[in-house]
Design a protein around this ligand. Structure first.
Ligand SMILES: [Zn+2]
Length: 244
């Protein structure tokens, strides 16, 4: 009996080496999940079905990944670029060439919650690093500032400078303000409405837009970035080191 089985096996290798290798692969996979020889034999019998299930599982994972990736990289909100606004300048901002305040207003970080830090490893995707800080308003903000219900959460310029407004490749409404001696740049991203235009010169406290969810973003928040001039380029620095 044993001998006959071996003979059959030998025959199989000779007749159809591809099938034999396939059997070995299925057996190896089966042993990994169900460590009983009999179960492996059953799986080998239904080899076609097992391979089909495995292939389908792989395909499903690929499709799922592509879907998730396209959701995260497509603009989720179109936003309202170049909107007009009656929102007044926030007089509590100091007119300065250094960004000393929080773009959502208030003393220090009193009105915000940080949802992702500078260079936060949890927010590094596909080799890119998180070069800014993510803010959302905290409870105190919503209690003390009723106007947001009509206007949305207003994002203010944190220093005096010249505006560069653009939409990045993911659809994020992005406003950059560069100070007069070209040494510091502040960047706000994912805006919904934008109240400023490229070339505009503004002072700190001027509303530049409203917090939104445009571009590579999974929820409404403000991405705030500070870059300092370094030779020919700009390097991102931790904005929390500036906010007083
Ligand atoms: Zn961010």
């Amino acid at each position: 009996m044993q001998c006959k089985k071996r003979l059959e096996k030998g025959q199989q290798i000779l007749n159809n080496p591809f099938e034999f290798i396939l059997d070995c692969i299925v057996r190896a996979i089966a042993y990994l999940f169900i460590p009983f020889p009999l179960a492996a034999e059953v799986l080998v019998r239904f080899r076609g079905m097992v391979l089909a299930i495995l292939l389908n599982a792989v395909l499903l994972i690929v499709v799922l990944f592509i879907t998730l990736f396209s959701i995260f990289t497509n603009p989720s909100v179109i936003g309202n670029a170049n909107a007009n606004t009656n929102i007044p300048i926030d007089g509590s901002f100091i007119a300065t060439d250094i960004p000393l305040q929080n773009p959502l207003g208030g003393q220090g970080l009193s009105l915000v919650k940080i949802t992702a830090g500078f260079m936060d490893p949890n927010y590094s995707f596909f080799g890119s690093v998180h070069t800014g800080v993510d803010f959302v308003p905290n409870e105190e903000y919503y209690l003390s500032n009723k106007i947001y219900k009509e206007t949305g959460v207003v994002v203010y310029a944190t220093m005096n400078g010249t505006v560069n407004y653009f939409t990045d490749k993911y659809g994020s409404h992005t406003v950059e303000v560069t100070n007069s001696d070209n040494s510091i740049k502040v960047i706000v991203m994912h805006l919904n409405s934008v109240f400023v235009a490229t070339g505009e010169i503004l002072t700190a406290g001027k509303p530049v837009g409203t917090m939104g969810n445009t571009g590579f973003s999974t929820g409404e928040h403000l991405h705030y970035e500070i870059r300092v001039k370094n030779g020919d380029g700009w390097i991102p620095v931790n904005p929390l080191g500036y906010i007083q």
